[in-house]
Design a protein around this ligand. Structure first.
Ligand code: SF4
Length: 328
């Protein structure tokens, strides 16, 4: 007789998830944090480099908006500020965000929230919809631009038009919503010239930062590309030799700036929420000014402009003073 595996139980659905206990939330918020929430599991995209692309066990499953609003309401009633960041890979379509805004309005909850959207959703959203969502509490989005090259995007099974997405992002930003993007600069198809051209374009679009400069394709089990590369025994895609040399140089030149950038950038969701609620005073503009300085210095370094070691050191010391209480 076959014995049953006691661990072989179906995973909880998002509606079965318990509210997190959040024991250290007060401390976290006092350091500039924001309340992290989940609204879904999985993603409806099929990007070839992403673990979701090969993941059949956990297809996109949405959590009921009523339960999300319940959790937000209970946290606010517990005395926490109404600043939320949804950590899902995909929140859903514009209508779902609008429904959350409606629920919050019905409960007289004034909250600010940040979330992640697939490019297709950003492309489909008109300015009047962004304005309505912003009015309802949406203050920041993150989306995956990933490449400016349509051929590369097709290889990654990302069907969006990068120029159209750049325009859609401008529209989103002009509606008062902070917009951040994911990008993969170093990958198997990268050429040195292409990397320099993309970097210059990203800088002009105000999308360049040390993270982008050091973004390299990493493949994890579950992705379609990982299955293709597994035989080579590495999670990194092989780069063209001159791209590899460039990557290693930038990694050395930007290492410290990248760390400083990370300490600042992790505060963006919370700062955007507090700015939205008009309780953040100058927090968001100040944070963005520091990020601008890091981005400008990083760009100057990789494009061979004259940057002294003292200049870099001074900026790093100032950022350390600003972010001193923030864990890395
Ligand atoms: S990369 Fe992003 S959009 Fe693509 S499948 Fe993964 S989570 Fe979804």
């Amino acid at each position: 007789m076959r014995s049953e595996n006691p661990f072989s139980v179906p995973p909880l659905t998002p509606d079965d998830w318990a509210f997190a206990s959040r024991d250290a939330m007060g401390e976290y918020i006092s350091r500039g944090g924001v309340i992290q929430l989940r609204s879904a599991r999985g993603c409806g995209g099929h990007c070839a480099f992403c673990t979701h692309s090969g993941e059949q066990k956990h297809p996109l499953q949405m959590r009921s908006l009523r339960l999300i609003a319940d959790e937000m309401e209970s946290l606010i009633e517990a005395g926490y500020p109404p600043v939320f960041n949804f950590t899902d890979d995909e929140f859903g379509d514009t209508e779902r965000i609008g429904e959350l805004c409606t629920l919050l309005r019905q409960r007289r909850i004034r909250a600010a929230f940040s979330l992640e959207l697939r490019p297709q959703t950003v492309l489909k959203t008109a300015q009047k919809d962004w304005l309505a969502l912003h009015e309802g509490g949406l203050c920041r989005i993150f989306t995956g631009l990933e490449s400016l090259n349509p051929d590369t995007l097709r290889c990654w099974n990302k069907p969006h038009n990068p120029e159209a997405l750049l325009q859609a992002i401008r529209v989103c930003k002009s509606s008062g919503i902070l917009c951040e993007t994911g990008y993969i600069l170093f990958h198997a198809r990268s050429t040195r010239q292409g990397i320099m051209e993309e970097t210059a374009r990203l800088r002009r679009e105000d999308m360049f930062n040390p993270k982008t400069a050091l973004s390299r394709m990493i493949l994890y089990p579950g992705s379609h590309l990982h299955a293709e590369r597994a035989a080579r025994g590495t999670v990194f895609e092989p780069l063209a030799p001159n791209a590899e040399v460039l990557y290693l140089k930038w990694k050395k030149d930007l290492g410290e700036l990248f760390k400083a950038w990370g300490k600042l950038a992790l505060r963006l969701p919370g700062a955007a929420c507090r700015d939205y609620l008009a309780s953040g005073a100058a927090e968001l503009p100040l944070l963005r000014a520091w990020l601008d300085r890091v981005n400008a210095l990083a760009y100057a370094k990789i494009t061979g402009q004259e940057v002294t070691a003292e200049e870099t050191e001074l900026l790093l010391r100032k950022i350390q003073a600003v972010t001193g209480g923030i864990p890395s």
